[in-house]
Design a protein. Structure first.
Length: 197
């Protein structure tokens, strides 16, 4: 069993959940410095969720596998923009001005659009992982439970970012669900060796 592959799919969710516990609920003069700094830290961390998808799809050369990879790449681009606009830029602006002015609110409006597209793209990537796993012969109660957890986590990611409690729960769900799917794929002896039908 490849422990490195399991770590690659589990750790991103755990790291994001840990950071999410410290995510301020609101941006204001008191939280602005950590808001900006935290989102700087998140710049290299958010893409790790896409890495988990790529690891899970590493041997799937079917159109479904490639759809999942492309969706994960779209997630990186668009969710990274949310992080830069609503996270780093908005936080830095409030640090500089001490207030949540119209300019900062406009940044949130822009970031929200990019974040929604990115989160929906990740939802598609998760569906592709589940479909790929099913096509590779992964079955059983653990698979179905992991599927429900991953789909629920994907939904809460679109609505709650990594805010506690739902966003943090979503990240923990990604860690548990991706870990379970990877272990099932390894035990099945066919960790996604699928091609176009």
């Amino acid at each position: 069993m490849s422990k490195r592959a399991i770590a690659a799919v589990v750790l991103p969710g755990l790291i994001l959940a840990g950071i999410g516990l410290s995510h301020p609920v609101n941006l204001n003069a008191d939280t602005a410095q950590w808001w900006a700094t935290m989102h700087m830290i998140l710049v290299p961390v958010f893409p790790l969720l896409a890495l988990a998808v790529w690891v899970l799809l590493r041997r799937d050369s079917s159109p479904l596998g490639w759809a999942g990879r492309i969706a994960a790449a779209v997630y990186i681009a668009f969710y990274g923009t949310l992080d830069a606009v609503s996270g780093i830029s908005a936080g830095t602006a409030v640090v500089a001005t001490g207030e949540l002015g119209d300019g900062v609110l406009a940044l949130f409006d822009v970031g929200r659009v990019f974040g929604r597209i990115g989160a929906l793209a990740f939802f598609v990537a998760v569906v592709a992982v589940l479909g790929s796993s099913y096509r590779a012969g992964v079955r059983g109660p653990v698979f179905w439970i992991a599927g429900v957890v991953l789909l629920g986590s994907s939904y809460f990611f679109t609505t709650s970012h990594i805010y506690a409690p739902l966003g943090v729960a979503a990240m923990l769900g990604f860690a548990a669900g991706f870990g379970a799917i990877e272990m099932l794929r390894q035990r099945s002896g066919t960790p996604a060796q699928t091609t176009a039908a």
